[in-house]
Design a protein around this ligand. Structure first.
Ligand code: FES
Length: 382
């Protein structure tokens, strides 16, 4: 085979991503203690400009992606959001807005729908006002969300609610389901907290007990049967109590890619935590080339990188080795198996940590997600 043919064959072997997530900004009115943004948040000054994002949308369509997720932070804080949605529609991409629902009035929602918005995913911190506002770190957020959800449904736009579950709200899963029905959502995602980034910082404050997990699981299983045809309920269980890892992101570099506010192209939202990894920037290199050949994408794509016991595991093409970021966070290296797997030497230790933390009578207070405070003159940086 000549070199050009070999390269073309290799390029064809990497299927295009199903979805591209645009983290337009890290700015957000909320301060959830499990936020998936990195600990070091990008400032507004560092965000890619409108031309850069329009170019990304063009490239995503050209490489064969099907969906665009407009996310953040709060994506509606970007003044060019309507323009970006319009470009997604022109390029035939399905657009999903992942939002807090704060800061979008009816007129803006109408402009977004007119531009081509296809779907809304609204975060839900809890099913009661006081608790939801406390978790979000924002007084009045709950009422604003409910009002926003009403506007979305009045316009017959499909609505998904995303509820992140932990020790402070796991008992309210039945009320979340009720709320989803009242609001006319077609889908509810009940996702136990994923413990990396801010979630890891707040792990001791958030970890549910095994009993809370089992109760929430039973509620979801019963509701799925009762509400079939009315409400789809997705359920993401907490890793620490699992015996097998999840296929994080559907497998590293297999279905999804993230673009950070600065334009860095990431295989997952937490990939910047993996030390020694170089991320290409979409302003310097074509998106398709990064996806197919970028060092960060090739490092853990497929199964060749896997150590034992993953290599001889019959599930290696089911879970793809689990979550690289979690392996790093809990075992100190991303090159090993996800310690959620019961075959990991670290599995018993993390299960014990979960049980100890959830058993604490008084969990520590939340460390809210906030940009790091700049050091004052004469003060050393934190
Ligand atoms: Fe990065 Fe799971 S969050 S691989």
């Amino acid at each position: 085979m000549n070199i050009m043919l070999a390269e073309a064959t290799q390029a064809r072997a990497v299927a295009p991503p199903l979805a591209v997530l645009l983290e337009l900004t890290h700015r957000c009115p909320l301060a959830c203690p499990y936020c998936s943004n990195p600990l070091e948040l990008a400032s507004q000054r560092e965000e890619m400009d409108t031309g850069g994002w329009l170019d990304v949308i063009d490239q995503a369509a050209a490489m064969g992606a099907l969906q665009l997720h407009f996310s953040g932070g709060e994506p509606a804080l970007r003044k060019d959001l309507v323009e970006l949605l319009q470009r997604a529609r022109e390029r035939g991409l399905y657009s999903n807005l992942i939002t807090s629902g704060i800061g979008i009035d009816e007129a803006k929602l109408d402009r977004m729908i007119e531009a081509g918005l296809d779907h809304v995913q609204l975060s839900l911190q809890d099913a009661t006002r006081e608790s939801a506002d406390h978790i979000a770190g924002y007084q009045g957020s709950f009422d604003k969300k409910l009002r926003f959800a009403g506007w979305v449904r009045a316009r017959e736009l499909p609505l998904t609610l995303n509820a992140v579950v932990h020790r402070h709200n796991a008992g309210n899963v039945p009320r979340m389901i009720e709320l989803a029905l009242q609001l006319g959502a077609s889908r509810l995602e009940v996702a136990h907290t994923q413990y990396y980034g801010w979630g890891l910082v707040n792990r001791a404050a958030l970890m549910p007990s095994r009993e809370q997990l089992d109760a929430a699981t039973a509620v979801v299983e019963e509701a799925r049967v009762r509400l079939r045809g009315q409400l789809v309920i997705d359920y993401v269980t907490p890793d620490y109590y699992a015996r097998r890892p999840k296929a994080c992101m559907g497998g590293w570099a297999q279905k999804f890619l993230n673009i950070s506010p600065r334009g860095d192209v990431l295989p997952c939202h937490a990939a910047e935590t993996v030390p020694g990894m170089q991320f290409d920037n979409v302003r310097d290199r074509a998106l398709l080339d990064i996806w197919q050949h970028g060092e960060a994408f090739e490092r853990y794509r497929g199964t060749a990188w896997m150590p034992e016991p993953c290599q001889s595991c019959p599930k290696k093409e089911v879970d793809w080795g689990g979550c690289r970021c979690q392996a790093l966070a809990l075992s100190g290296t991303a090159d090993t198996l996800d310690p959620v797997c019961e075959r990991s030497p670290d599995h018993a230790r993390i299960l014990q940590a979960a049980m100890d933390e959830s058993a604490a009578a008084m969990p520590p207070p939340f460390v809210y997600r906030r940009p790091a405070r700049k050091a004052l003159p004469g003060e050393s940086p934190a």
